[in-house]
Ligand binder design. Structure first.
Ligand SMILES: Cc1ncc(COP(=O)(O)O)c(C=O)c1O
Length: 384
């Protein structure tokens, strides 16, 4: 076989030298403080049966989608799911993509045009950054969750706006690495007053915020003030896939121009049955799970305070609780120690986060117990 080219071997060696080399973990069977399965849906047997039952009821005995949605893959559960999403998320229309990564690549690669300007929070997810890079608009980052800095950045760069140019402001409802949220009300108000188009990725907010788990935008009543929302199904919903929520025109446009929508095989009926059933669950057992999760978030915060750990943790009211431990080696050692004691807490290293901001990321779940949270924090407090 031909060897990996020398420059790539060097890149790997450099990555190894900084302690940042990635490899696939084994499924550990440890106490879960790392998955995105915030409500335990991914492992819920009743949900599994419900999805299966839906396929039987709909008389679907089909394994694969057999083609892209624009060709042969647009099976009937797509219509069911997209109608459900539009109603549940109080929006004109929803368009399902194969993943959140695809949704963001599709949206940002196709929507912002030459002459438009994109302003994005410096901590947004890689999928949005990659999409923005694919698009034709100039893009500028602004300091994390800082609306004053955003306004200043827009002001400094507004000369680049074309005659019909649109300003897009891009953020997350809950930041995947920090667990915090922007002041969405203030941001939406500012965007509305200036005619900017606000885009919010709700990957880590759906299922967690809102009376029925609709996400932070709806929790705050801002659904009419946001140009587009990205919701994903691989986190609290426990499945796979994503959708973009917006106007009829936006969805028609994306179907025509979003390359990650057009040039890929559609999701399987079983995947869609799981998502449809999970949305049903959100409004049933989900309520209890969500309440328990928020109790856990509160309890975790109390223990962090009581153990004198607060200065290490980033402020967060979400299930993502990040404890900053600068240095790849140091954060790996700490994570290894917690793993040895039976707790799956992942080290998030640079370059995934900036050097000096490496962290242990605790993902809390409705299925964790108070005892588990107390124990893992006590272990941490003795080692940090
Ligand atoms: C904020 C955010 N957006 C998008 C994605 C990508 O979603 P998916 O895993 O469905 O590709 C992630 C995944 O971690 C995320 O955290």
């Amino acid at each position: 076989m031909q060897k990996l080219p020398q420059p790539l071997l060097k890149k790997m060696a450099d990555r190894r030298a900084t302690g940042g080399l990635r490899s696939l973990p084994q499924n550990t069977g440890l106490v879960d403080f790392s998955s995105n399965d915030y409500l335990g849906f991914a492992q819920n047997e009743a949900l599994f049966s419900k999805s299966f039952q839906l396929l039987l009821t709909e008389n679907i005995a089909q394994n694969g989608a057999s083609g892209s949605r624009l060709l042969t893959g647009n099976h009937k559960l797509y219509g069911v799911l997209e109608t459900l999403l539009a109603t549940f998320h109080e929006v004109e229309r929803a368009l399902v993509f194969n993943s959140g990564y695809d949704a963001n690549m599709g949206f940002f690669g196709a929507v912002p045009q030459r002459g438009d300007l994109v302003f994005y929070d410096e901590h947004i997810h890689a999928s949005m950054r990659d999409g923005i890079r694919m698009g034709l608009a100039k893009a500028y980052k602004f300091a994390h969750n800082d609306i004053t800095a955003l306004e200043a950045t827009i002001d400094q760069n507004k000369d680049g706006l074309g005659p019909e140019g649109v300003v897009y402001v891009v953020t997350e409802a809950v930041f995947s690495m920090d667990g915090d949220s922007p002041d969405l009300k203030k941001l939406a108000k500012m965007c509305l007053s200036k005619g900017h188009h606000l885009v919010v990725d709700e990957a880590h907010a759906v299922g967690i915020f809102g009376n029925k788990g609709e996400g932070l935008v709806q929790h705050l009543g801002l659904q009419k003030q946001v140009f587009a929302r990205i919701v994903t199904f691989g986190k609290a919903l426990g499945g796979h896939g994503a959708a973009i929520l917006g106007t009829e025109d936006l969805v028609d446009y994306l179907m025509n121009f979003a390359r990650s929508f057009i040039y890929t095989t559609a999701l399987t009926p079983h995947t869609l049955a799981t998502i449809i059933s999970a949305y049903g669950f959100l409004q049933e057992q989900g309520l209890e799970e969500r309440e328990r999760l928020h109790e856990h978030i509160h309890y975790f915060g109390q223990r962090v305070e009581a153990l004198g750990l607060a200065r290490h943790f980033l402020p967060s009211l979400s299930p993502i609780q990040s404890c900053v431990v600068a240095g790849n080696d140091k954060v790996l050692t700490l994570s290894g120690h917690l793993m040895d004691k039976g707790f799956d807490v992942k080290a998030i290293r640079s370059p995934t986060v900036p050097a000096g901001k490496e962290r242990l990321r605790f993902c809390l779940h409705s299925t964790n117990s108070a005892e588990e949270m107390g124990l893992v924090l006590e272990l941490l407090s003795k080692k940090i």
